[in-house]
Design a protein around this ligand. Structure first.
Ligand SMILES: Cc1cc2nc3c(=O)[nH]c(=O)nc-3n(C[C@H](O)[C@H](O)[C@H](O)COP(=O)(O)OP(=O)(O)OC[C@H]3O[C@@H](n4cnc5c(N)ncnc54)[C@H](O)[C@@H]3O)c2cc1C
Length: 285
């Protein structure tokens, strides 16, 4: 399929991009890497009259530390995220997840802003973003605001992104220095997208007691979610295989499983528990 006809304009600044969105009366869409938008335009799931290209806006690229958080510009590609020294040192679970997205061409074009703003239930990055208490920095006609990634996506391709606004960066909490992390993904063999993706960040104190736990799960239902029941079952417990197993049984408590031709609800439920247990074992044992 080919998309319906559309105009194309390249923005030189965030301010100009917002003005172009405002001028289009809801007809325009932002294009970043285009790796999620163009496929759905070809299927005519969306038919924007205009594309506003933000890919050359320098202020949207790069990684920095501000206070206790890592700030990643929205136009930073998956390849750049996976290889950035600040990301690898402070929030390695994000680099690990970004390095598992699609193939090298996808990672060279796809962006962190697009991956989260798209609201795709099977995107990888919402899992580490949830486990790192991420916030989206959003700029729009009413100025700048920060919005938690937790709750940002309401359903497939439905988000709380206000009209005529742009995600300019994603801000991640740096976990305590003793924390360890991992991202484990069971991928769909035809597409590479996660059937389940589990990001786990945990810390154990000197007495062998778990004092920090964050778990984000993606791919299994209509929205990615933070597995708070798992986290609560871990914190305060001495590390043991039994504790991990019992906590992992709660992996689906905070999320709703989906069902499709590839994987039934029961299969996804089982995968969520199994991958949560594997992720937790790798960081705790
Ligand atoms: C073959 C293939 C395999 C893939 N495999 C995976 C995979 O394994 N895991 C995975 O997570 N993803 C995968 N992807 C998706 C890829 O990672 C996308 O690049 C990413 O999800 C979207 O980023 P983008 O920059 O391409 O966004 P675009 O496609 O340009 O935009 C996507 C949507 O987000 C909006 N948007 C983009 N940037 C912003 C912004 N800064 N502010 C506001 N709105 C914005 C756009 O308007 C659009 O609605 C795959 C894609 C393909 C084509």
């Amino acid at each position: 399929m080919i998309p319906t006809q559309f105009d194309y304009v390249r923005a030189d600044s965030v301010k100009q991009a917002i003005e172009l969105l405002q001028d289009s009366n809801g007809e325009a869409k932002i294009i970043a890497g285009g790796h999620s938008l163009l496929p759905i335009m070809k299927f005519r799931i969306t038919e924007p009259g205009k594309l506003v290209d933000i890919s050359r806006i320098a202020e949207l690229k790069g990684v920095k530390i501000e206070d206790d958080r890592v700030i990643v510009g929205a136009m930073t590609t998956h390849y750049e995220v996976a290889n950035d020294p600040i990301v690898k040192q402070n929030i390695p679970v994000l680099a690990e997840a970004a390095s598992q997205i699609g193939d090298i061409q996808i990672r060279n074009r796809g962006t962190i802003g697009g991956n989260i703003a798209h609201g795709d239930p099977v995107a990888d990055l919402p899992a580490p973003a949830l486990a790192l208490d991420a916030e989206l920095i959003i700029e729009g006609e009413d100025g700048m605001e920060a919005m938690s990634v937790d709750g940002f996506t309401l359903g497939p391709l439905i988000t709380l992104l206000p009209e005529n606004s742009i995600v300019t960066a994603v801000s991640f909490e740096i976990p305590p220095s003793h924390a360890k992390s991992t991202y484990l993904k069971f991928f769909h063999h035809a597409t590479g997208y996660p059937v389940v993706g589990v990001a786990a960040v945990t810390g154990v104190n000197e007495d062998g007691v778990i004092d920090y736990a964050r778990v984000g799960i993606t791919g299994v239902g209509e929205v990615s979610y933070r597995a708070r029941a798992v986290e609560e079952a871990l914190v305060g417990q001495k590390v043991s295989e039994e504790v991990i197993q019992a906590a992992s049984e709660l992996a689906t408590t905070d999320g709703e499983m989906g069902s499709d031709l590839f994987a039934s609800e029961q299969y996804r439920e089982n995968l969520s528990k199994v991958y949560t247990a594997r992720a937790l074992k790798s960081v705790l044992l």
